[in-house]
Design a binder for this molecule. Sequence first.
Ligand code: SF4
Length: 448
Amino acid sequence: MAILNNKLSQQQYAENFSDIHPPFETHNAALVEANRCLFCYDAPCIKSCPTGINIPKFIKQITSDNIKGSAHTIFLSNIMGAGCSKVCPVEKLCEGSCVFNLMDEPPIPIAKLQRYSTEKAMQQKWQLFERKKSAGKKVAVVGAGPAGLSCAHVLSREGIDVTIYEKENKAGGLMTYGIAAYKVTPEFCEDEVNYILSLGGIEIKYKQELGKNISLAELQKKYDAVFLGMGVGLANRLYIPGEDLEGVEDAIKFIYDLRDKGFSAIPVGDKVAVIGMGMTAIDAATQARRLGAKEVTMLYRRTQEEMPCTQHELDIAMLDGCKIIWLAAPKELKGVNGKVSEIICSIMQLGEPDVSGRKSPVETGATFSLEVDMVIKAAGQMPFEQLIIDNEIMNNKGKIVINNSETNIKGVFAGGDAVNGGREVVDAVQAGKDAAAAILSYIFHAKR
Ligand code: SF4
């Protein structure tokens, strides 16, 4: 067993990481599906979209060949509508609530139709929004992820000059660095960011990190308002013996490296255990398999009923050949010559519901062990707690506390994962919009 990179040929990498959701091949194929939509009154699909996209409207616009209008409808509610059409867990959002499910018929493929319109807009470089003339106001945004870009786009449309401070050398945040490459390619993410920036009025300063190169006090002094959308950091620690052995990896870093350095540069083990059952865990497990791991086992301390990922995500992992062990919690990692070689797990059972409302896992006292050469931790992410405390921002275990998007510091707003601890891209987009509305009201109406 060995952790090695370059396990596959270039052709195998290309096949393994090709787009998992192919687009419509013809306009007619899109029309057939669009024409199935019932254009429901009080459409449940709109209510289940966190950004409230008017779904029946954009579908109707496709049927009347108004693709430009359709893309505008989508981007008006969600400027990352193209990326969201590829990464949203639609089976538990819009498509999951489509009325066709009640008739035991396949739901309208909303995401595929959304992709149809938005990709065309991006490819054709349609400029669907006009920036109002400058209002003479400046806002700083920390983090060029979905929350920051969404906030910046709304503000710029209103004539605000926005400067985004991004610690990486690319924008897109979670979309660019934190999602499986077979869902969104790095090239797509770059195109999406460029499309958003083509509005004008938004400047991104790269390699600028709050608390290192820039301070909140400086930003407050230079700008009329500040938006904090820096997301969350690395995976939670497991706090078990052996956690620092060689071969124990952080899922966020694993996915980040894969996207940043390219497939062949990323070492992967032969026998990999992934701890967790959220979207990040699924992305790490499936990509480990696709990089050439012979065996990938996912360990989750609860059962399928409580898992945070969707059934669709679980199906992807299982189709990729990942094994799933339910009711298993890591207890200890053992190693040989400093390298991880075995994971010992407690066998759990379900007890009373905890604060999350899910049944809590309780140790049975029994254990089992697996031979491994790599362990990937994907059991939630840590907020930037110290940074937030250092800046005296009110928080709950590192998650920023807000009231109508504003923090306890006047003129400093926040949203996205830094507030909720880590949810979907589409939730961050909405948080950015909410914050932009609050910032506009603060800049133009609040007594300061
Ligand atoms: Fe169309 Fe389904 Fe939405 Fe109804 S619920 S408007 S059928 S996509």
